[in-house]
Design a protein around this ligand. Structure first.
Ligand code: UDP
Length: 441
């Protein structure tokens, strides 16, 4: 899809010229894979870049988390990231952010008030905290609101890992309000579509299913020998890898336990098996890297498990290329970008059959889905993918084919269609319905 021309509807462009993207709790400029930065950061940045290339300007509003951050950063032509002052810079946990919604909303509205009326044609909020601000900003700006939940409290609470704290009622109520206030909701998969409708009462016609993508320029197959040399991994090693924020919900311990099981079954693997854990601590799992290290030592495989700091782009692609299989053992995953990235590099994925992972992984063709978190089942699946003679090559080719069905370009095209639908749903009388005159004239 090339550059789009703004189509004029009654009073407002059907395809927006400028979108205000709200990403309160985490900045697209942060390195993903640690703290609160993960797939949502990647999603916001990758789609913002592509919207801008299609002629739609994007301003991303995020909370300032350090005193030395400039108020505005131009991430790329047509993409501004605004750091909004809302609460202290550091030491504010995600659970404390609901108390900062008012300050954040004031910061967003202050920027808008300095512009001509109707400057932003549409708001797109990510995660419920931003959705709450989007709800208020929508009414103030007289513009439609599109919302992407990324994760849902009711779903997360139903799939809790040991050591996880349940999501509070305030979040559930907040999400229900955002669902009701949005002109369109974006679901990653048909499964999430159903959850929004059945658990949150969303109107089916207001939910668009838009799969996320993968950067097919960065995540490409390549020289695994070279990748291994750079990571100081032997050519003949069997490499099983976890990539992501280290927290109980992501269950990296399942991979460690499965590796111990594999070694118990096949002691000759001892000198060749390498488990890579790539990422940093996150959320309630702040102690997790240490806990994982302790677990590996208790299982007698402390020497097999290696921890690597978070990394992105080509250096992350190298980790995937160095791996025989990437494990995604999450208890819940709204999609699982890591699974797509690994497959795009030609590495099969063994994933838990939860959330969006059955879409991200084609069972038997690009990897394996496992229906439990039992280490024996995981050991069996990892063996089938990484150790069975010949299986690796076939799955590697299938993995690349499967990943190529997804791209941020198609995600962006579908988002633009959703923006168009949201604008028509909001309609000529949208501003009147929310108690404002249409300010676009
Ligand atoms: N990631 C990264 N560096 C790391 C670990 C993870 O850039 O060291 C990125 C990874 O490439 C992926 C995202 O973080 O794009 C994680 O997204 P995913 O959907 O797998 O999980 P989420 O963080 O959304 O729960």
């Amino acid at each position: 899809m090339g550059e789009v021309t703004a189509l004029r509807g009654p009073g407002r462009a059907l395809v927006p010229r400028r979108v205000a993207v709200l990403s309160l709790h985490t900045s697209p400029l942060e390195l993903p894979g640690t703290g609160d930065a993960g797939g949502m950061n990647v999603y916001v940045m990758q789609t913002a870049l592509r919207l801008a290339r299609r002629g739609i300007e994007v301003e991303v509003f995020t909370r300032a988390t350090a005193s030395d951050l400039p108020p505005v950063v131009e991430a790329a032509p047509g993409v501004l990231v605004r750091h909004v002052m809302a609460g202290p810079f550091e030491d504010l946990r995600k659970e404390e952010l609901p108390a900062q919604l008012c300050a954040f909303a004031a910061g967003v509205l202050r920027v808008e008030a300095q512009r001509e009326p109707g400057y932003f044609d549409l708001l797109h909020s990510h995660y419920w905290l931003s959705g709450q601000v989007g709800w208020l900003a929508k009414e103030r700006m007289g513009a439609p609101l599109v919302h992407t939940a990324h994760t849902l409290a009711k779903v997360k609470n139903a799939a809790m890992a040991e050591g996880d704290t349940p999501e509070p009622r305030v979040r559930v109520i907040g999400e229900e309000q955002v669902v009701a206030a949005s002109d369109r909701l974006v679901a990653n998969t048909a499964f999430e579509f159903d959850q929004l409708v059945s658990l949150y009462g969303a109107r089916p016609e207001a939910v668009a299913t838009v799969p996320p993508g993968v950067d097919l320029d960065v995540f490409v197959p390549g020289d695994s020998g070279q990748a291994r040399r750079r990571l100081d991994v032997a050519e003949d090693a069997v490499v099983l890898t976890f990539v992501g924020r280290i927290q109980p919900l992501k269950a990296p311990d399942v991979l460690v336990r499965a590796a111990a099981r594999l070694l118990a079954e096949e002691p000759s693997l001892r000198d060749r098996l390498v488990v890579l854990i790539v990422g940093g601590p996150s959320g309630t799992g702040l102690e997790q890297p240490e806990a994982l290290q302790k677990l590996a030592a208790e299982l007698g495989i402390g020497d097999v498990v290696r921890f690597l700091s978070p990394r992105s782009g080509p250096s992350l692609a190298e980790v995937y290329r160095a791996s025989d299989a990437v494990a995604v053992p999450s208890h819940n995953e709204s999609f699982g970008l890591v699974a797509l990235e690994a497959q795009a590099c030609g590495t099969p994925v063994v994933a838990a059959a939860v959330g969006g992972l059955p879409v991200a992984v084609a069972d038997g063709r690009s990897g394996r889905l496992v229906h439990t978190h039992d280490p024996s089942d995981w050991a069996r699946a990892l063996r089938a993918v990484a150790l069975a003679p010949g299986a690796g090559e076939e799955l590697a080719a299938g993995a690349v084919r499967h990943a190529r069905r997804f791209s941020w370009d198609s995600t962006t095209d579908e988002l633009i269609s959703t923006y168009r639908e949201a604008t028509s749903a909001f309609g000529a009388d949208g501003a009147r319905r929310i108690g404002r005159e249409d300010r676009t004239g």
